[in-house]
Design a protein around this ligand. Structure first.
Ligand SMILES: [Zn+2]
Length: 252
């Protein structure tokens, strides 16, 4: 099994969205992360980051959301270019799993024409609600001709406990994480069920959470998984990204 964490965008947001006690309007930059896994000759992606066009004109694709979550110019670096550096073209991807359907997590879905797409059933429902755009969903990003497979319970892709989804609702109704069990390393890729490492240590609930109580319950689940020896990979933690995950790390 191979696993790479890939740079799939960068956004600027108000810090107090993630650190609710903060009183200032100071902004900070957040990494956007996708995970590529190769296992049993299957190419898998967990999340697809931001669409490449948003670094130039985010408003056109994201509308008003681009004012709250503002993409940063990456000088042409995006998930597609990052995949090419490890020799993978979009048509090689067999499976795409979306942690949830916000546009910084499914923005490149359209590129993967040969893939099957997986997402929690409740996430599809929620992205289809009449008020979906107020909840940060953008239909163009995820409503595509490729087949969609809804997940209900935790789903073990190869029936061997190596790649398994974990339900972690709270940020959105159908948020999921992915447990990846390599031989010597175990990862729980939490996506926005845990935005910053400090949120878990302090039981801190970001202001963009759909349901704070459910998110706190998901934190409990994450603590259990952490105690069992997994590294929790946060959705948008710059320090974790820079120190531990950034491109170049290749787990085999
Ligand atoms: Zn996010």
């Amino acid at each position: 099994m191979k696993l790479y964490f890939l740079n799939s965008g960068r956004v600027e947001m108000k810090k107090k969205i993630f650190i609710p006690d903060l009183k200032t309007d100071e902004k900070f930059e957040l990494p956007v992360i996708s995970t590529y896994i190769n296992y049993k000759k299957t190419n898998i992606l967990f999340d697809t980051g931001c669409h490449p066009s948003v670094e130039i004109n985010a408003e056109k694709r994201w509308g008003g959301l681009s004012k709250i979550m503002t993409p940063i110019n990456m000088n042409g670096k995006n998930l597609i270019t990052e995949l090419s550096t490890i020799g993978i073209s979009p048509n090689d991807i067999d499976i795409v799993i979306n942690s949830h359907l916000h546009p910084d997590h499914c923005g490149c879905n359209a590129f993967f024409k040969n893939a099957e797409f997986y997402c929690h059933e409740k996430e599809f429902q929620s992205a289809n609600e009449p008020n979906a755009s107020q909840m940060g969903y953008i239909k163009n990003e995820w409503d595509l001709p490729m087949p969609l497979k809804p997940i209900k319970q935790s789903y073990d892709f190869f029936d061997d406990s190596r790649i398994v989804t974990v339900n972690l609702p709270g940020h959105t109704p159908g948020s999921i994480g992915l447990l990846v069990n390599l031989n010597h390393n175990k990862f729980l890729i939490a996506s926005d069920a845990l935005s910053l490492e400090r949120n878990l240590d302090r039981d801190e609930v970001p202001k963009n959470a759909w349901n704070p109580n459910l998110l706190l319950k998901s934190y409990k689940e994450l603590i259990k998984i952490k105690k069992s020896g997994s590294t929790i990979v946060c959705g948008h933690d710059e320090a974790q990204w820079k120190n531990k995950l950034e491109m170049g790390i290749n787990y085999k």
